[in-house]
Write a protein that binds this ligand. Structure first.
Ligand code: ASP
Ligand code: MG
Length: 410
């Protein structure tokens, strides 16, 4: 029988009433003759509350115990949903990640799914059950509970869809789909009918918080048909799939943005063959993620290297760089905070030269100074001052004609 995996996010299961609404939606699909596997997040903000309690009781809660704690959130919503379905006369069983056969690597708080043994799920489905699975968790080889990182229930759903060969994976959330940009910020933001895996991956990694980036990676690798849609509105959502044609003559599909970026510059580094390797190995050994990197050589012996990072890890970066000053032998370090990253994304860029140039022109003619740039085949990212972030997004949204398509009356 055809199988659908549905995932409901925290807001969608945020109250008893909402859980009943979810039960009705699940039943609709079940009554269409489908097998249904449902993945749930923890109710509302309950994961945040659990983490808060851990931080109230300990300066540095152990990652193992933190996983023991936060994995309980999903157990609350999964059992309540199973009860709601049973109350409505449907057979249902809820399973924790480990009961569902989800094996993960041994990385507490940020584990990847390694394998799924779907024997038990298939057994319950064969008996006519609607199977509910706790999102965001699995079991390591050492039989420890590990979680997948914030927002990881999306990844549970896509991984299950791949493993169970589902015809589709539906991600139900509090927005009606994936938009050209954040509709809370830009009034004319438009819901996309579809977007390619690669574009969605860029958007997700660039801070458009609709999907957990790893879930998109998974969907791409296993060719899972993914739809993001609302758990309240009935309208169809946004399809995420392999090949998506560009609408009209557009080259850009969407605009992503995030604040909290800091640019760090290391001045006067010796321009040796291994300087860059040394510098970035030191940072990566501390798990400090750097984003855009710029090297300024001027033909002399010393070089300046700038990179951007999440402002939250700035102090950690400064500490480790100062610790390694003797080894790196640089002159001094400066940094600039309160920056933001604004990116345009679209597969149409590959075959259209001049998209980056247009972006820079639009920003400069709106008085927005670009501090750093990076590009890939399907995106251009710029670092600008936080205070100009919103106006940058707005003018790019307009210039690339992403706004609401109005029907023109003739
Ligand atoms: N409950 C977890 C979180 O809040 C996982 C998820 O919702 O996807 O991050
Ligand atoms: Mg989410």
């Amino acid at each position: 029988m055809a199988l659908i995996v549905q995932k409901y996010g925290g807001t969608s299961v945020g109250s008893i009433e909402r859980i009943q609404n979810v039960a009705n939606r699940v039943i609709d699909t079940y009554n269409q003759g489908k097998d249904v596997v449902v993945v749930v997040s923890a109710m509302g903000k309950s994961t945040d509350h659990l983490i808060q309690m851990a931080n109230d009781i300990s300066d540095n809660p152990s990652k193992r115990e933190l996983d023991m704690l936060v994995s309980t959130g999903e157990q609350v919503s999964m059992s309540l949903l199973a009860m709601a379905l049973q109350q409505k006369g449907y057979q249902s069983v809820s399973l924790t990640g480990w009961q569902a056969g989800i094996k993960t690597e041994a990385a507490h708080g940020n584990a990847r799914i390694l394998d799924i043994n779907n024997k038990r799920i298939n057994g319950h489905l064969a008996e006519g059950n609607i199977v509910i699975v706790a999102g965001f968790q699995g079991l390591t080889d050492e039989e420890e509970i590990a979680t997948l990182g914030r927002g990881g229930s999306d990844t549970t759903a896509v991984a299950l869809a791949a493993s169970l060969k589902a015809e589709k994976c539906e991600i139900y959330t509090d927005v009606t789909g994936v938009y050209t940009t954040d509709p809370r910020v830009v009034g004319g933001a438009r819901k996309l009918e579809s977007i390619s895996y690669d574009e969605m991956l860029e958007m997700a990694n660039l801070g458009a918080g609709v999907l957990h980036p790893r879930s998109v990676e998974f969907a791409k690798n296993y060719n899972v048909k993914l739809e993001v849609r609302s758990s309240i509105e009935k309208e169809t959502g946004t399809m995420i799939e392999e090949e998506v044609s560009m609408e009209g003559n557009l080259t850009v599909r969407g605009i992503a943005f995030e604040s909290n970026v800091t640019k760090v510059t290391v001045h006067g580094l010796q321009d040796d063959i291994n300087t860059l390797a040394k510098l970035f190995t030191i940072l990566s050994d501390q798990k400090i993620n750097v984003d855009i990197i710029i090297q300024n050589t001027n033909g002399k012996e010393a070089t300046d290297i700038s990179f951007s990072l999440d402002s939250e890890v700035l102090n950690q970066a400064l500490e480790v760089l100062s610790e390694y000053q003797p080894e790196l032998n640089y002159d001094h370090i400066t940094y600039e905070g309160d920056l933001a990253k604004v990116s345009i994304v679209g597969s149409g860029m590959i075959s259209n030269p001049g998209v980056a140039a247009k972006m820079f022109n639009v920003l400069s003619s709106n008085g927005i100074k670009i501090k750093m740039v990076s590009t890939s085949e399907i995106k251009v990212s710029t670092i600008v001052s936080s205070t100009t972030m919103i106006s940058a997004v707005e003018c790019l949204h307009e210039a690339f004609e992403l706004e609401e398509r109005k029907t023109v009356e003739v």
